[in-house]
Each structure stands twice: as structure tokens, then as C-alpha cells.
Write a protein that binds this ligand. Structure first.
Ligand code: GLN
Length: 188
């Protein structure tokens, strides 16, 4: 099992650290030639979705990655990664637009921009949730399953091969959400 991590900007190193702890092979994607190496799943990290969206297009990664996601590649988007996957973005541009959710950007206002809480994640239990200028999911459509809410707002969801969290599991010590994604990448 090999996981690719989009490493144009943002919190990619923190995801790599989680995968190291799970003894999972991983490598970084920075240019189209990186896509020649086979991989079973893709992580889109947190950061700044506008910057990542711009770099994806400039570096000619946008089209091949979008096609891979549409063909069923397991993908895990955290925070800005969630925004990259959303079909509708309130307060920003649409990027891959492969997942039937509406992401509300910078949704918690300035004072509440960053905070930590714990709440239930479907099938896993109570998990730590660290939010940094996070979006939330204002609407989940089609066969998208809501996996977690915090304060009544949807903060994690899955639609087939696509998993998203508005929070950053890679910034906490709990490995269970990454392990859940590795299960998706293994086809279970
Ligand atoms: N506010 C950022 C964006 O719109 C997301 C923040 C994050 O990834 N921590 O891309």
C-alpha cells in the first residue's frame, strides 16, 4: 500500500508523520512526473485552497488528479483539501468539484478561527478535532454520508472514494481517521 500526499503547500508533512506512525509507504506529489509512481490513495492536506488551486493548475496537476479522483482513486481531503473536492464553495472558487457537498469557507469567523473540540465520528467513536480557519459542510447531497458533526455542523463526510474532514486529524495524535482512510485505500 502506497499513499501519495499533495505537497504543493500546507500541512503535508504532518500527514506524512501520521503515515510513518502507521508504517505506511508514502511519497509527495509536486509535479506531473510524480504521478508515474503507482499509489493506492491520495491525501489533499490543509493549507490555503486558493493557493493550492492555483498551483495545481500552473503545475499541470489539476487535470490528471481530477481524472484519477473521478475514476475512483481513494482521496482524503482535510480542511483546504475538503474545499478542493467540494462541488460548491460558499466564499471561494470550485477546484476539483468531484464531491457532492457545499463547503462554507472560513466559516467560523475571526475569533473562532482556530479551536479544538471532541465529538463522535461515525464508526470510530469520540475523536479530537482541531479546526484552523476551517470550512464546514453546509450541505451534503446525493449518496454523501455524514460522518461527524461538531456543534450541529457537518465536519466530516464520505462519498464513495472521497473522505473529507473540516478539521485536522494530522495535528492530533489519534491515528484512527487515517487508519479508516487506509481501509478505503485497501478497498475495504
Ligand atoms: N481557510 C483555508 C482555505 O480556505 C482552509 C484552512 C485550512 O486548511 N486550515 O483554504
Amino acid at each position: 500500500m502506497t499513499i501519495a500526499i499533495l505537497a504543493l503547500q500546507g500541512a503535508f508533512a504532518e500527514h506524512a508523520r501520521m503515515l510513518d506512525r502507521l508504517d505506511t509507504t508514502h511519497f509527495e506529489i509536486r509535479r506531473p512526473s510524480d504521478l508515474e509512481r503507482p499509489f493506492d490513495g491520495l491525501i489533499l492536506p490543509g493549507g490555503e485552497s486558493t493557493v493550492m488551486g492555483k498551483l495545481l493548475r500552473e503545475l499541470a496537476l489539476y487535470k490528471p488528479l481530477k481524472e484519477m479522483i473521478q475514476s475512483g482513486l481513494p482521496v482524503f481531503g482535510t480542511c483546504a483539501g475538503l474545499i478542493l473536492l467540494a462541488k460548491e464553495v460558499d466564499g471561494g472558487a470550485v477546484h476539483f468539484g468531484t464531491m457532492d457537498i457545499t463547503a462554507k469557507r472560513n466559516a467560523y469567523g475571526r475569533q473562532l478561527g482556530s479551536f479544538h473540540t471532541e465529538d463522535n465520528f461515525s464508526g470510530i467513536g469520540t475523536v479530537p478535532m482541531t479546526f484552523i480557519r476551517a470550512p464546514y459542510i453546509a450541505a451534503a447531497r446525493e449518496d454523501t454520508k455524514v460522518l461527524a458533526r461538531a456543534d450541529g455542523r457537518i465536519v466530516a463526510a464520505r462519498q464513495k472514494n472521497q473522505l473529507v474532514t473540516a478539521f485536522h486529524p494530522e495535528l492530533d495524535e489519534d491515528l484512527r481517521i487515517h487508519r479508516y482512510f487506509l481501509g478505503m485505500a485497501a478497498g475495504t
